[in-house]
Write a new protein. Structure first.
Length: 554
């Protein structure tokens, strides 16, 4: 008897391959050319999150990948839909985050000639991904999907891109064709020779300092980093992207480095002769800020070699599992060091700023007051996404962070507009935690349409909009370097009505003492809330002037 059941399609095989990779969510917008793929998801364990702009889908995939270590998946149609994904895809690659972007493409029967919506998407995506390719046949899908996830998730992680032609997507596949088995990458021990060389260098050091970056968070090396610092008596600073991998309330903590001026934490590097960088990547910030003369000897501990830079000339590189590398170096180090008072003074100065902020009752609110109230409202494991702009500068330098990946910024590409869509993905990754998107009004309106996605998909989160009716960071930079600013001011909607029009709750802060209780109320609600808080950024120049007058050593 003949089997009359319809043949399995490449779209169905693609979905099976995604399930084999452990994919839980696909973020995207369907198009005419990928309707078979979107339809096939209905019969799978994967939840399709329909977004309102492809850029939002890419940012959601990025933040999901960053928090889970598993590649987030973004989907779009061909042409303009695919092109709209590119900002978030580039952001993921520059932030070392695993993402798999999958889009439709025109059929093979017309891709070679001038035709409607034909764009060479592979060539567009290749410079911003680790790997980009077109799926030429349905039979190639199992191998190409496995390669995509393996490439995205292998150190150094980043985004990959697959274009699936319309005729390939709906083509039948042989019955025996199945997804490939997923192999787990095993951590490997560091080279004993390199560990010994690093230990010898530490034996010659007078005042070594540790810099922990995003790679340490990615590797889950927080506990090993604490053990390493405590055993050897070393101070530890983090990058903005590495915030939380070393707790800011630990006695060895120096804080986060990366501010535009010589901040408190920079004094911890000024007299250091050896820099032990742990999971640091150069795109996080320019190493000239902590090694201006290029004379510090550098021990680079990571899962891949360091990039070349004249201010980051590595003396010893240790490649391997970061936790194992730290434990091995701690065991081999010939001596320990005494913590001086620099870290304590840095923590005290930041603490004094936060304490002062709690008593600043002016209106509009100072940035310090907003940071202090956010910290008061959030738990140690709750997640804040600080969007690019003046918000990021204030949050990154002042917001005490105690767990890895609990304060997220974009410091690779520094894209504006990632925090609102990213907050949706953060809540999906960790539904038990409170999630707050802290964003300037400029960045907010770049992807605010995803409020509707959060409401429709019942993903509770809070958006705190810092309102100054301008691109505040650009104004800050202009005032610092030019003595005046221009072309930075704009108008805003009524944010309360705007939020309510999406079905979210809207709040307007009209006095300093309203922010903290409003934050607590919104974070406790099982819904989507938007809080508009007017901010007085005159504190920007006051801060940079104050830091410019600091003298060392601490």
């Amino acid at each position: 008897m003949n089997d009359s059941s319809p043949a399995r399609t490449a779209a169905q095989l693609l979905v099976q391959a995604l399930e084999a990779e452990g994919v839980e969510y696909v973020f995207g917008i369907p198009g005419e050319e990928n309707i078979h793929f979107v339809d096939a998801l209905n019969d799978s364990s994967i939840r399709y999150i329909l977004v309102r702009h492809e850029q939002g889908a890419a940012f959601m995939a990025e933040i999901y990948g960053r928090l889970t270590g598993k590649a987030g998946v973004a989907s779009a149609t061909l042409g303009p839909g695919a092109i709209n994904l590119q900002l978030g895809v580039a952001d993921a690659t520059t932030n070392s985050t695993p993402v798999v972007a999958i889009t439709a493409q025109v059929g093979l029967d017309r891709i070679y000639k001038e035709s409607h919506q034909v764009v060479d998407l592979v060539s567009l995506f290749r410079p911003i991904t680790k790997w980009a390719d077109l799926v030429p046949t349905a039979e190639a899908l199992p191998e190409m999907v496995r390669k995509a996830f393996k490439t995205a998730q292998t150190e150094r992680p980043g985004a990959v891109y697959l274009a699936i032609p319309e005729d390939v997507e709906k083509a039948p596949v042989p019955d025996g064709l199945q997804p490939l088995k997923v192999n787990v990458v095993r951590p490997h021990d560091p080279s004993p020779t390199q560990v010994a060389r690093a230990a010898e260098l530490l034996g010659q050091a007078r005042r070594p300092v540790v810099l922990a970056g995003h790679g340490a968070s990615r590797a889950g090396a927080s506990e090993a980093l604490v053990r390493f610092a405590e055993r050897l008596g070393l101070p530890v600073a983090t990058t903005f992207n590495g915030k939380g991998v070393f707790p800011d309330d630990h006695p060895h903590a120096l804080g986060a480095v990366g501010f535009m001026r010589h901040d408190y934490v920079n004094f911890g590097f000024d007299e250091a002769d050896v820099l032990i960088s742990v999971g640091y990547e150069l795109q996080e910030f320019d190493p000239v800020k902590i090694n201006p003369n290029g004379d510090k000897r550098i021990i680079h501990i990571h899962r891949f070699p360091a990039e070349v830079d004249d201010h980051y000339d590595v003396a010893v590189g240790i490649q391997g599992d970061i936790s194992r590398s730290l434990d091995a170096l701690a065991a081999a180090a010939p001596k320990t060091f005494a913590i001086n008072g620099t870290g304590e003074k840095i923590r005290r100065l930041i603490g004094e700023e936060l304490a002062q902020a709690a008593n600043e009752d002016g209106f509009p609110l100072t940035p310090r007051r907003v940071v202090a109230d956010i910290r008061e409202a959030m738990g140690r494991q709750d997640i804040v996404l600080a969007d690019t702009g003046a918000v990021k500068m204030w949050m990154a330098r002042m917001y005490p962070t105690y767990e890895p990946n609990t304060m997220l910024v974009s410091n690779g590409l520094s894209s504006m507009g990632f925090s609102v869509p990213g907050a949706l993905a953060a809540k999906l990754a960790f539904p038990e935690r409170k999630v707050l998107a802290a964003t300037g009004d400029g960045a907010f309106l770049m992807n605010s349409q995803e409020i509707e996605t959060a409401v429709r998909e019942r993903i509770p989160l809070v958006v705190l909009v810092w309102v100054d009716d301008a691109y505040g960071l650009i104004e800050w930079k202009m005032d610092l370097e030019l003595g005046r600013s221009s072309h930075i001011a704009f108008g805003n909607p009524d944010f309360v009505k705007y939020a309510e029009s999406f079905g979210a709750r809207g709040y307007r802060i009209e006095a300093a003492d309203e922010l903290l209780p409003t934050l607590r109320k919104a974070l406790d609600d099982d819904g989507v809330s938007v809080i508009a808080v007017p901010v007085d950024y005159s504190a920007n120049l006051e801060l940079t002037d104050k830091l410019g007058e600091l003298t060392g050593p601490f």
